[in-house]
Design a protein around this ligand. Structure first.
Ligand SMILES: Cc1ncc(COP(=O)(O)O)c(C=O)c1O
Length: 424
């Protein structure tokens, strides 16, 4: 009689209740990595096959000619797939409620453009919310036009306006693209409402209309678009997922695995996959995402409470201060207000620049979601490609400063904001 190896009687699995637990290691199986407690790095470009027949089979699987066997990994070449990308993807699936599959990318823009290239065809129109991250707006309005794909913007927050535009586009509407909260004003859009508009359009026109949501600002911890009817969730993983301002990466998730498979196919040929070291760092970051994001959100809420009535501020855009329709959206789809704040200074650009130059803890930089506090003037930096009238329409005024709250001690940050406001 052969003895059972020690440990073989461990219970298979228990139900995980909370992302605090999932974030630590769900999706990672030590048995696939020499029982290492944490994931090793595989800085490898190509993988060898046991036999020539196995190589042929792996290609059949990669090209969709054969089914993937349960538990096998079919590694071929790191542009198609790599173990670190897969481990990060599995970790993120465990955190993103409603997700069935994930694909990781070399940047947020790689994830977004790969989604456009996978799902749009000549003649299609994308309906998107305004404001939108400048890079995404640029791809939609400038780079897709030569391929016969066009885009139309609708002010964030109005399901009625989205429905009106969708109806006017008929069967040319292929995708509704929502960024909520929108960058940089934090204006929110009702995801369930947008899903209803997509469904109604699909029923009318007998064609699929995908709802894609850029969830970069609130992340899987505070907002779950797939549970509200989105088909696709997109991330700049450079932000909260990475969380340390030391990687550039992206991710896409869906309930329907077929959507992710379609994106991975495009990813293989365009070479937009996340490389192993970056994916390893991202997976390392996932272990602290809950702790970081909760702290950043608490810090931001406290700073806002301290300075919201400051005489140098015309207004503060932050979810806890929302009223009316914006408040209803926040309460219906977000679990916390998050770490992003938009301060609107009295005195326009000059005051905004004096405020930024006066900050002593927060650094002046683009990007967001890292452990360190960063601030920027969107009108002259990240949104500056937009024509002035569009920036005005989107609420990106000369006095607007975007503030990404880090994990520092909140009173130090609030003191910093107050002393910089005094100089503004
Ligand atoms: C909301 C949002 N989406 C997408 C992106 C693009 O991501 P990346 O810079 O990782 O390509 C950004 C970048 O700032 C962003 O803020």
């Amino acid at each position: 009689m052969s003895a059972q190896p020690p440990g073989s009687k461990r219970p298979a699995k228990i139900r995980i209740r909370h992302p605090e637990t999932s974030a630590i290691g769900e999706g990672y199986d030590p048995a696939l990595s020499v029982m290492a407690v944490r994931p090793p790095i595989y800085p490898v470009s190509t993988y060898c096959f046991r036999t020539a027949a196995e190589a042929a089979h792996f290609f059949d699987v990669a090209l969709g000619r054969a089914e993937r066997a349960e538990g096998s990994n079919e590694l071929i070449y790191a542009r198609l797939n790599n173990p670190n990308a897969e481990m990060f993807e599995d970790g993120l699936v465990a955190l993103e409620r409603g997700a069935g599959a994930c694909a990781s990318f070399a940047s947020g823009m790689a994830a977004i453009t790969t989604a456009f290239l996978a799902f749009l065809r000549p003649g299609d129109v994308v309906l998107h919310t305004v404001p939108l991250y400048g890079g995404t707006a640029h791809v939609l309005h400038e780079m897709l036009a030569p391929f016969g794909i066009s885009a139309r913007g609708v002010d964030a927050g109005s399901t009625e306006a989205l429905a009106r535009e969708a109806a006017s586009l008929g069967d040319r509407l292929a995708m509704i693209y929502v960024e909520t909260p929108g960058n940089p004003t934090l204006r929110m859009t009702d995801i369930a409402g947008a899903a209803e508009v997509a469904r109604a359009s699909a029923t009318r026109t007998h064609r699929r209309v995908l709802l894609a949501v850029d969830n970069t600002f609130l992340g899987p911890i505070f907002q779950s678009p797939l549970e509200h009817g989105a088909d696709l969730v997109l991330y700049s993983a450079t932000k909260y997922l990475g969380g340390h301002s030391d990687v550039v990466a992206g991710a896409a998730l869906a309930r329907d695995e077929e959507l992710v498979v379609a994106m991975k196919k495009v990813r293989s040929f365009f070479g937009t996959i996340c490389e192993p070291f970056t994916a390893w760092l991202l997976q390392r970051s996932l272990a602290t995402i809950y702790t970081r994001m909760v702290k950043q959100s608490k810090n931001a809420a406290r700073i806002v409470e301290r300075v919201k009535e400051h005489p140098k501020l015309a207004c503060v855009h932050y979810p806890t201060l929302f009223e009316g329709g914006q408040r209803r959206i926040f309460e219906a789809q977000c679990r916390a207000p998050g770490g992003m704040i938009a301060f609107e200074l009295q005195g326009g650009q000059e005051a905004a620049f004096r405020f930024l130059d006066g900050l002593r803890i927060a650094r002046i930089a683009v990007s967001l979601g890292g452990v360190e506090t960063l601030a920027t003037h969107p009108r002259t930096t990240v949104s500056s490609e937009m024509p002035p009238h569009e920036m005005d329409r989107a609420g990106i005024g000369p006095g607007l400063v975007r503030y990404s709250t880090g994990v520092e001690y909140w009173r130090d940050l609030a003191d910093d904001v107050e002393q910089a406001l005094a100089l503004a």
